[in-house]
Design a protein around this ligand. Structure first.
Ligand code: B12
Ligand code: SF4
Length: 540
């Protein structure tokens, strides 16, 4: 039985400008499937190879799969749906499977707008895909489909969701198969080396209102650090990987395991051969300030911090539980430990003004991170903040939900001005850094790395792919009047999806009423989701 995975060709000029990145989901699913005895698995990376629709069709026709599996985050959903439509056209007998975060939560939307999708895998894929493939192989598909947890599919006019599958409890049984990828294609531009995205921890114990990740992975789990280092050692030895980022949302919260991870890398001499980066929280940096040199010795050279908003007001709204002063201090501590810092700002909520954007620039310059990003607030439709914003969200063209396109229109300015002010921040920040900082940061690794980052920015700037500026017709402040984000305003939320949200809101208000009606957990305990928040993936 031949399974073909396809990574859709979607680009938007954000993080991907730093290189061509290996899709981790393919390695993780392939590992699980091979362990379960499925050995005919192929992969088509339409994104890295920039494949046209015709080229995808030709590859599928040539490979003649029995199953086609595609991934989608929110902005790549239409490209993913199109891949499966192409599969329907050229290999109509193949089972068409879609997975990833967007379809997990928006399965009613997806099955309404793309009825050619045979089945959606909701949540972590490793165990569900194995159960699904076994059913197909053993001839139990589609008769037994209602028995497999974590799926959604159409039965005539009805959209059926089976009960949510459990999260993968034994993460140590996970053994990704990275050999499925064509390694010479994956390069990290700032260092000019091969790059990988291993995953040590899943989930996040926090519940930021704008973020979808804690909801997706649900409970927080960490793999055995030694096993993760085994994986990294194989990536270095077998695939000559010279840089990795951990895919984790929160790798450092479990201090003991993170320390073990660093010590194991050092014990095996890996920091000489591979450098790495993480995303984490400023509060962990403050807590672990005495360990930062250990992190650095283990090869950690780049920390991206969700500093998020300059104004404390915004941090509170995002439920981020951090303070502006902590952000500054965390950056200082990392700088002292010789670790590069990247500060992330989220801008573009409805109350953004030119002054608040200016304020983020001043903060960025005051804190002096090595890199700064101004991401456009993107209302993932399955987050609490989206529900709170209600009809202030008026664009439902998900292909533009990508951190670089202003989805919200701030009350005080139009979208083109918002983009222009953000570009103004980038220009000032990187111009000054390029002239006064990067070239003078010693002669060693740090300087080489920073100049490499500048090269990645410059490359995307010249090609006008940065923030999709070329597509949006932005050429600088003078071009504001001609900027066009090309939103497809015919895109709407499907009736089935709206009905589902309304039903969920009803259930939530009934639950609130029940709680208000006198039910109390012992000793004042609160009902909490396994991610630590108050929301939980629905058992359908
Ligand atoms: C590494 C990364 C990148 C890399 C590499 C992406 C790549 N080629 O895979 C780069 C830097 C290029 C990147 C770019 C972008 N990214 Co990114 N990225 C991540 C990050 C940090 C890790 C992704 C990862 O590998 N996870 C580990 C794997 C194992 O998890 P997974 O992909 O979810 O797969 C599991 C399940 O979802 C499921 N599954 C997934 N696909 C399928 C398919 C099938 C058939 C099945 C059965 C199951 C299944 O099974 C897998 C195993 O359990 C995540 C945050 C995170 N921690 O997840 C953000 C994240 C995915 N990125 C995000 C975004 C928005 C983007 C950009 C649009 C930003 C931008 N403008 O630059 C671009 C889009 C580029 C693109 N076309 O994909 C968002 C998506 C949010 C959303 N709701 O959709 C995330 C979640 C970050 C966030 N803060 O919200 N990204
Ligand atoms: S800390 Fe907040 S933004 Fe970061 S992954 Fe957790 S919930 Fe999301």
């Amino acid at each position: 039985m031949r399974i073909v995975f396809v990574h859709p060709n979607y680009r938007s000029g954000g993080a991907e400008i730093a290189g061509s990145w290996p899709p981790a989901w393919v390695a993780y699913l392939t590992g699980a499937l091979r362990k379960a005895g499925f050995d005919d698995i192929r992969f088509v990376d339409a994104m890295t190879n920039d494949l046209s629709e015709e080229a995808i069709a030709a590859r599928l026709a040539e490979l003649r799969p029995d199953v086609v599996g595609v991934t989608a985050i929110t902005p790549s959903i239409y490209a993913a749906e199109r891949c499966l439509q192409i599969a329907q056209e050229v290999v109509p007998d193949a089972l068409r499977v879609l997975g990833g975060i967007h379809a997990t939560f928006m399965f009613r939307q997806v099955l309404s707008e793309a009825p050619w999708v045979d089945v959606i895998v909701r949540g972590e894929g490793e165990e569900i895909i194995v159960a699904l493939m076994q059913a197909v192989r053993d001839g139990r598909w589609p008769e037994e489909r209602r028995r497999i947890h974590g799926l959604a599919f159409r039965e005539g006019e009805e959209i059926v969701a089976t009960p949510a599958a459990a999260t993968v409890k034994n993460l140590d049984a996970i053994d990704p198969d990275w050999s499925i990828l064509e390694w010479e294609k994956y390069t990290y531009v700032p260092l000019g080396v091969r790059v990988a995205i291993p995953n040590m921890a899943r989930g996040c114990p926090f519940t930021c209102s704008f973020c979808s990740q804690w909801k997706f992975w649900r409970d927080y789990r960490v793999r055995d650090p030694k096993k993760v280092v085994d994986e990294i050692e194989r990536l270095v030895e077998e695939h000559q990987v010279g840089f990795f980022i951990l895919a984790d949302e929160e790798p450092t919260i479990n201090r003991r395991k993170f320390r073990e991870f660093c010590e194991e890398l050092i014990a095996r001499g890996l920091p000489e051969r591979v450098k790495w980066g993480i995303n984490t929280r400023v509060t962990d940096i403050m807590r672990d300030k005495d360990e930062l040199w250990l992190w650095r010795r283990a090869g950690l050279v780049h920390v991206s911090l969700g500093t998020e908003a300059a104004a404390q007001l915004k941090l509170d709204r995002f439920n981020k539980e951090t303070t502006v002063a902590q952000n500054k201090e965390a950056i200082r501590l990392l700088r002292e430990a010789d670790i590069l810092t990247e500060a992330q700002f989220i801008v573009g909520l409805e109350n953004e003004t030119p002054e608040t954007l200016e304020e983020t620039f001043r903060m960025a310059w005051d804190w002096q991170p090595d890199l700064a990003n101004w991401a456009m607030y993107t209302p993932w439709p399955f987050t609490p903040l989206f529900q709170e914003l209600g009809d202030k969200v008026e664009i439902f063209d998900f292909s533009k939900y990508n951190f670089v396109t202003p989805i919200m229109k701030p009350e005080a300015m139009d979208r083109a001005t918002l983009l222009d002010r953000v570009m103004h921040n980038y220009r000032r920040f990187y111009m000054r850094k390029a002239l006064f900082h990067y070239p003078w940061r010693g002669t060693g690794f740090r300087r080489r790395y920073l100049l490499g980052c500048l090269k990645a920015f410059a490359k995307a700037g010249f090609a006008r792919t940065f923030y999709d500026l070329g597509k949006h017709n932005y050429w600088g402040p003078q071009s504001k009047a001609g900027v066009n984000f090309n939103f497809d305003r015919t895109r709407t939320i499907a009736r089935a999806q709206l009905d589902d949200w309304e039903a969920a809101a009803d259930r939530a208000s009934r639950a609130r009423a029940r709680r208000a009606g006198g039910f109390r957990l012992p000793e004042g305990a609160e009902v909490r989701a396994c991610g630590g928040g108050t929301e939980q993936m629905e058992e359908a």
